[in-house]
Design a protein around this ligand. Structure first.
Ligand SMILES: Cc1cc2nc3c(=O)[nH]c(=O)nc-3n(C[C@H](O)[C@H](O)[C@H](O)COP(=O)(O)O)c2cc1C
Length: 383
């Protein structure tokens, strides 16, 4: 691939990110759990879907709007929370939220972002979502929720598929988790030092490389393996549906439960007072062997009825995938790796480009299927 090409697809941004990032970080984004079966299934099952091509309908205007949590979205997609995104570009979360705001797209900050809730709020021109991991120290969780409230976050996204961290073998090989021999550590550091553009941007000009929102709790983590140990010690595997009630007592805005993969859990989420669920297997990073999200989605949509907005993520690479997700019943789709690779490749401009190309691809795909509004996409859109 020539060095001067214009990135136009997910694979192009992925390739640019691969060239720019230290290998450790590229693999951290790219990888999944264990044999990566679920990671591959997410994309492969979307690819396998075929759409009806209907012709001779007036598609000059295509209405892309939808409604999520009672608010109109200009497009039926948003950006999923991704931890450590700020390591990929200088103050990466602030660049991403700016691009999302400019496009009117909803963006979600991870608990484990490099930029804190307050830093993101300082640059955001529209409310963002905050993703919460439950930690054993409920006092600290209550503080996080209060900070999200003070930052006027629009929704609390409670991620429930990380009862324990998944086994990500690429992270083990690359020293993101666990220990490294002295020789391996040297190799990692030398390889990282060779990524000059990344070092200049993120390390030299990027400000403190700490977990912004967790800084008070995590002053001791100096390295990524230490961070991983922190997650293992502090994230709470005892969390149950009763804790959602506790969260509800702390937060009066909308609650989105992220990581639901079964109709039974969707019904429980509705009963627990959530307004939305994200059908998600964490991008294939947790239970390897879980189904793809697109296969799990229709039964969850049926179980949710009109009690929940059902969103989906996993393998969404562009507008065509968004359309397929809507055809399988989702209200909207979220993208994870797509925006993070674009951020790594080109910063804020990269995220802006991906949002625009996703919007355009969705518009073209709908038009070519003879559909003039997102709200008309449904299961009869499937071939
Ligand atoms: C590098 C990486 C980090 C992630 N970190 C988080 C996180 O901190 N919190 C969370 O709820 N989900 C996290 N996710 C999962 C995403 O929110 C989303 O579910 C997933 O990326 C969707 O799949 P996709 O990457 O194929 O679009 C992460 C995903 C990736 C790839």
């Amino acid at each position: 691939m020539p060095r001067t090409f214009v990135p136009a697809s997910f694979e192009d941004y992925r390739e640019l990110a691969r060239r720019r990032l230290p290998r450790q970080f590229f693999e951290y984004i790219d990888g999944g759990a264990q044999g990566e079966l679920t990671l591959r299934a997410n994309a492969a099952d979307l690819d396998a879907i075929r759409l009806r091509q209907l012709v001779l309908r007036d598609v000059e205007q295509v209405d892309l709007r939808t409604t999520v949590l009672g608010r109109e979205w200009p497009v039926p997609f948003g950006l999923a929370p991704v931890g450590l995104a700020g390591l990929m570009r200088r103050r990466g979360e602030t660049q991403a939220v700016r691009a999302a705001n400019a496009a009117g797209v909803t963006w979600c900050l991870s608990t484990v972002g490099l930029c804190s809730i307050e830093e993101v709020a300082g640059v955001a021109s529209a409310p963002f979502w905050f993703q919460l991991y439950m930690m054993r120290d409920r006092g600290f969780v209550a503080e996080l929720i209060a900070r999200a409230k003070a930052a006027r976050c629009e929704a609390l996204v409670v991620t429930v598929d990380l009862a324990v961290p998944g086994l990500r073998l690429r992270d083990t090989r690359n020293g993101m988790v666990g220990g490294l021999s002295a020789a391996a550590k040297l190799a990692v550091n030398l390889e990282r030092a060779s990524r000059v553009a990344w070092i200049a941007d993120v390390v030299l000009r990027g400000g403190p490389l700490i977990f912004g929102t967790l800084a008070a709790k995590l002053p001791e983590a100096r390295s990524l393996p230490e961070f991983h140990e922190f997650v293992g010690r502090n994230f709470d595997p005892t969390v149950s549906w009763a804790d959602i009630d506790w969260i509800r007592s702390q937060w009066d805005g909308p609650i989105v439960i992220k990581g639901v993969m079964d109709p039974e859990d969707a019904r429980a989420a509705a009963s627990a007072g959530a307004q939305a669920v994200v059908v998600s297997n964490h991008g294939g990073r947790q239970l390897d062997g879980a189904p793809s999200t697109i296969v799990a989605l229709p039964a969850i949509v049926d179980a949710a009825g009109d009690r929940l907005d059902v969103l989906v993520d996993g393998g969404i690479r562009g507008g065509l995938d968004v359309m397929k997700a809507l055809a399988c019943g989702a209200r909207a789709a979220l993208m994870g790796r797509a925006w993070v690779f674009a951020l790594a490749a080109m910063g804020e401009a990269g995220v802006a480009r991906v949002l625009e190309s996703t919007r355009n691809e969705l518009r073209v795909s709908l038009a070519l299927a003879g559909i003039d509004a997102v709200r008309k996409v449904g299961r009869d859109t499937l071939y």
